[in-house]
Design a protein around this ligand. Structure first.
Ligand SMILES: Nc1nc2c(ncn2[C@@H]2O[C@H](COP(=O)(O)OP(=O)(O)OP(=O)(O)O)[C@@H](O)[C@H]2O)c(=O)[nH]1
Ligand SMILES: [Mg+2]
Length: 844
């Protein structure tokens, strides 16, 4: 074997192996070694590219041999092989020639060129061809083509609008009769990797793939499929290498194969299969579409709608998926029902969908009276027929957030709003777009105070997604406003402590039967909770503002004005005495300490929140309840489930969308806008089992029961009928404290939780007797899981999380990724209870 071949075939040796499939790969490549014709494209061995449109495809392999033999005369598998299945070159070729003839005889198609002469000395390994030819339903047939003269750019000169001709022939897909069977050697291994032909779908094991596919000049195709169009359902996998190839070839060779797969002409999208506004595209239109500054991503055959004015682009019957360059001359007029909208609101003559309507509402655009809008590429909108621009959609920050969350397109910076077009005559595929992977979407939703915003912010910090200037500014104001509410709670507490003090003194006084006047003097002297009139005035004012619910209206505007008072308050002994007793103030959230400790600094006008401050702040933004971020998982040692291939793939992108309960609308009707998410993460706080809220009619409801109700609504929402669900049981740290004081059975749904607690110190923390919080968590998880299964018939995944701990959130989100991966691979992964239990255990 040449050193070159050694370099591209990792671990290849010349040791012969026992069976047919175990042969050294060098045999497969020997034809390349002995080839001495014109230089091949790249450094790797390959079949010489030929114009497959000019010859019957069945003879492609033979043609390869033909051309090569004219240069060297020795092309072929020259190494002697003790392969009993090896067909002699001549008999193979005869077989195929017969097939071609049969194809012609049977009138399979119109053939306008003759088969090239095939010499019996052509030693190309046609074993694959033989297999293919003999496979049921796979008789090789000549292409249904006329052979035109092709221009340099690869476009036929007489291609016309009305002639949606099949330029490259199609080939029937191999029926996947027996799963896991290698198409060539018939060896069966259900779970071992296989390489799939992008044309016929035949699968090959690692031992057969090189023989069956040769040097892959058009990517991963059986040799007999070269020159045929790819199976469109496999377009998404073009250019994406596989584990199997990574195992058997070196990087350079893989790169070359992937590049050919993406860029060779026969693999390009057939224009007439792309229908825009009811009109099949011509090749020129497809070129102009794909080479415009902002082309449709991952364009596949299908029916699309295109709004030429705004640049909105989408699949027929669906909401817009992208904003492409406007004013392209493709397709007819857009139809009103193009996106199947039912809102009675029109944008550029198209009835918009509900998510779009929601986006307009968030943008503050009034949609009462079913208006017709005219929206241009730069986002300027106006009522149809009126010469007055009301504003610009894309300038509103809120719109960007909402678009992300509702999976609506938002113009990218690179898009050309003016609609200018770059002239291009090349039929080049935008490799970058083809290479881009889809985003996996996680929807994070939960009841009040469940911790969704904490988890969302934690994810931002974890995955290095910076908080934008706007977010920082918003959160800064939020923190400052919250600070005043915490101070208000302390001041209210101070009043209470002062009152308690008087009551206590009076009680003692009564007991001692002392003179009243004497006592009050004594009390005044000793009451450490009394404050100066100046601070008392501030306290009264603040409490009044809080009671009237106007805190938001006053702060952060008044922050600067009151900052000196906060400083004064902090130095005040009375206030400090109250602060020491803050644990008795139940209204004060636990997180308040984080800010109160630095109250003076935070109340200053030039305060800049740190990431920790942002994490601990209550809320994400002060405005709407939808937040969205995109991220990738960095490689992590905690990544216990994933294979190394996936860990290092930076293209795997995820989107985390957090929605507040308040934004879901009555009966969670807005949930339907998230129908395209891949995973729903429902968040429940583990600490609410003994907490109640009172509605306006005075009816008390247990918060856990309220969460359960919300969970039922989300789980049974029609938009999520087939979605994966993870239950995030959050605030595990707080449960550990609380469960020791308050029994879980405070919530009547958990009445039958009665763990036997071992008092023996040795047993207390053993595996057989896990801590109480752990058992409570498992119990709650089982309750929700049973509920979910009874409602949906599906499995619920559960994770215990402490939102304030980065590792915990990281694990939960990686668990989400893993759930999606299981789903994707459709493994027959019957997760038994033990498996789930162990996952839960590892997430706690
Ligand atoms: N100790 C502890 N506190 C948490 C945890 N998760 C969230 N919190 C706190 O619980 C409070 C509520 O959390 P949020 O993230 O604001 O909850 P939410 O889902 O956004 O709910 P709303 O505040 O109603 O919007 C905040 O004060 C958080 O800091 C946790 O795991 N442990
Ligand atoms: Mg919150």
């Amino acid at each position: 074997m040449t050193s070159f071949l050694r370099s591209i075939l990792p671990g290849s040796t010349s040791t012969s192996r026992s069976n047919d499939c175990d042969e050294d790969y060098s045999a497969e490549y020997s034809f390349a070694m002995e080839y001495s014709g014109p230089p091949l494209n790249q450094d790797i061995p390959q079949v010489v590219p030929i114009d497959v449109r000019r010859i019957p495809t069945a003879a492609v392999e033979a043609k390869i041999g033909d051309e090569n033999s004219s240069s060297s005369g020795t092309l072929g598998f020259s190494e002697s092989r003790d392969d009993s299945n090896q067909l002699s070159g001549s008999s193979d070729i005869e077989d195929i020639d017969d097939d071609v003839k049969a194809g012609v005889d049977n009138n399979y198609g119109k053939l306008t060129v003759d088969s090239p002469e095939i010499s019996s000395s052509d030693g190309v390994d046609l074993e694959g061809c033989k297999d293919e030819a003999e496979a049921p339903g796979l008789r090789i047939r000549p292409p249904i083509v006329d052979f035109h003269e092709f221009t340099q750019s690869g476009i036929t000169s007489d291609e016309s609008d009305h002639d949606p001709q099949v330029v490259f022939p199609e080939r029937p897909v191999v029926p996947d009769e027996v799963k896991g069977l290698c198409h060539r050697c018939n060896s069966r291994s259900r779970f071992s990797d296989k390489e799939v032909c992008i044309v016929c779908g035949a699968k090959y094991c690692s031992k057969c793939v090189i023989r069956a596919m040769g040097s892959m000049p058009e990517g991963r195709k059986c040799i007999t499929c070269i020159g045929y169009r790819i199976d469109e359902s496999r377009r998404g996998s073009l250019g994406k290498t596989s584990r199997l190839l990574k195992r058997i070839l070196v990087d350079e060779a893989i790169k070359h194969i992937m590049k050919s797969e993406l860029s060779c002409e026969v693999n390009q999208l057939p224009p007439h299969l792309v229908v825009v506004n009811d009109k099949p595209l011509t090749i020129e239109e497809l070129v102009s579409l794909q080479s415009c500054p902002n082309p449709p991503k991952k364009l596949r055959p299908g029916r699309f709608w295109y709004d030429k004015v705004s640049g909105f682009w989408g699949k027929v019957g669906e909401k817009p998926s992208q904003i492409i360059t406007s004013r392209l001359t493709v397709g007819y007029q857009i139809r009103q029902d193009a996106s199947n909208g039912n809102t009675k609101v029109l944008i550029n003559s198209r009835e918009i969908t509900k998510p779009e309507l929601r986006m307009l509402q968030v943008a503050g655009i009034h949609c009462e009276g079913n208006p017709y809008f005219w929206v241009t590429a730069d986002g300027s909108y106006q009522h149809e027929g009126m010469n007055y621009v009301m504003g610009k959609l894309w300038d509103k920050t809120r719109v960007k957030v909402v678009c992300k969350a509702l999976s609506l397109p938002f113009p990218s910076n690179v898009s050309n709003h003016g609609g200018e077009e770059l002239a291009s005559n090349t039929y080049e595929v935008n490799l970058k777009n083809l290479d881009r992977k889809t985003i996996n979407k996680f929807l994070l939703v939960g009841g009040h105070q469940s911790g969704t915003s904490t988890i969302f912010k934690q994810a931002k910090v974890l995955y290095d997604v910076p908080f934008s200037e706007d977010e920082r500014e918003n959160i800064k104001f939020l923190i400052q406003r919250n600070l005043y509410s915490y101070i208000g709670i302390l001041l209210e507490g101070r009043e209470q402590f002062e009152e308690d003090y008087f009551v206590e003194m009076r009680r003692r006084q009564d007991i001692a039967q002392h003179d009243i006047s004497e006592i009050s003097e004594e009390v005044d002297e000793q009451n450490m909770y009394s404050i100066s009139p100046r601070l008392k005035a501030f306290s009264d004012w603040l409490l009044q503002v809080m009671v009237s619910g106007n805190l938001e209206a006053v702060f952060p505007g008044a922050t600067q004005e009151y900052a000196p008072l906060v400083e004064e308050l902090w130095k005040n002994k009375t206030f400090q005495a109250t602060y020491k007793r803050r644990n008795e103030l139940h209204k004060l959230p636990q997180m308040a300490n984080h800010f109160l400790d630095r109250a003076v600094e935070i109340s200053r006008i030039n305060y800049e929140p740190s990431d920790m401050d942002i994490l601990y702040a209550e809320g994400i933004t002060s405005s709407n309840g939808i937040a969205s971020m995109e991220f990738s998982f960095p490689i992590s040692s905690q990544d216990t489930y994933m294979e190394s291939d996936d860990q290092s793939d930076p293209l795997l992108r995820y989107q985390l969308i957090r929605v507040h309960e308040n934004s879901l609308g009555g009966n969670c009707k807005w949930l339907e806008m998230f129908e395209d998410v891949d995973l729903v993460m429902f968040c429940v706080s583990l600490t609410i089992y003994d907490e109640f809220y009172e509605d306006v009619t005075g009816i008390r409801t247990n918060k856990m029961m309220a969460s359960k109700k919300l969970f039922e609504k989300v789980a049974t929402h029609p938009s999520f009928a087939q979605k994966n669900f993870i239950l995030i049981l959050n605030k595990f740290d707080l449960l550990e404290e609380k469960i020791e004081q308050v029994p879980l059975s405070q919530c009547h749904w958990f009445q039958d939780f009665s763990p036997v607690i071992s008092l023996h110190p040795y047993n207390a923390n053993s595996n057989n007797n896990p801590p109480l919080a752990q058992r409570a968590f498992h119990y709650v998880a089982v309750k929700f899981r049973q509920l979910f299964t009874s409602l949906t018939g599906r499995k619920l995944f559960v994770a215990a999380v402490t939102g304030l701990e980065p590792d915990s959130v990281d694990k939960a989100l990686r668990f989400g990724r893993e759930v999606l991966k299981w789903d994707e691979e459709k493994l027959t992964f019957s997760m038994n209870e033990d498996t789930i239990e162990s996952i839960e255990a590892s997430t706690t």
